[in-house]
Design a binder for this molecule. Sequence first.
Ligand SMILES: [Zn+2]
Length: 342
Amino acid sequence: MLESQLFLCYNKFIMIKNVRRNGYLSLCYHYIRPEKKLNLFPKILGNKIDEFHKHIRLLKKNYSIISPDDAWRFSYTDFSLNSKNGLLFTFDDGLSDHYKAAQILADYNIKAFFFIPTCVLMDKLPANPTIIHYCVAAHGLDEFLNTYRNALEKYKINFGEYDIKTGCPKEKIPIIKSIFKYKLKHKISRKILLYIYKNLFFKSHPNALEIMHLNREQVNNILKMGHSIGVHSHSHISIAANNLTTREFQKEVVEPKKYLEKTFNTSVIALSYPFGRKRDCLSPEELTKRTNEYQLAFTVEPVLNTKNTSPFNLGRYIPTSADNEIKLKKILKEISNGIYKK
Ligand SMILES: [Zn+2]
């Protein structure tokens, strides 16, 4: 190859690299668990606090940390990220662990999005997946399944079709999740989960909600720290998979935004789709056809958000409990380069 051809190839490579780099990655955290001796529910999987610190230090070094406002500016103005990829922190489910996480981030001068299912504040009831996590962690899988069967019986639901008998816990958990997410209609699913919650975790822990979720005062303080809040539906249902009626869509997607804005005197511009996979998310066209209340919507598709990404289809990566900072660094690099395989 001639030197001039090599030079052209190199320039092209740099150009491709620059196009790729003009974007941001976003992380979607859930549980941030305390150290061993303070962790009352060691069976709940999540990132440990000391690991979270390591993540932050690594990310600060390798990325340009962006705020929720920057994410909005990236989608709607000519604000760009040329020297380093951006990185946005987000937290789903309004978990009590997020209060500490918000304080840690504030100490590092980082602003994040906290997405809250409004049932935890409006109804003082936990979100659907949080019920499964805490009931199984505190009472074990067998007791969870026994109570589940009692609920099916009480509500006269065809037992056989929804029974979970075979398999080890590792096999049963995904089946349970899938039944509650997709197989049962969302109203029945909610009814059964609330029955399980009231008969298990709430019975054994009268301060259950406080253990599981953020309260109003904590959300207020999170806002005072400079963070932003967003909607994560009302009761944490799959928005796209449930084919919601207009009334249900209002209750799960539109009213939560109005409630958060009024209660906390703040503007709410972002939605994070519960579960966040393709089948759980509306397309940008479908969302904007049903409501114009939002300016940003986040999925959990692990992709780099570029100037070409729709603001209603923003990708995020969920760090798992196995992602130490070395693994996380590798995964994020692969996502940036478009070569990450789930
Ligand atoms: Zn969620």
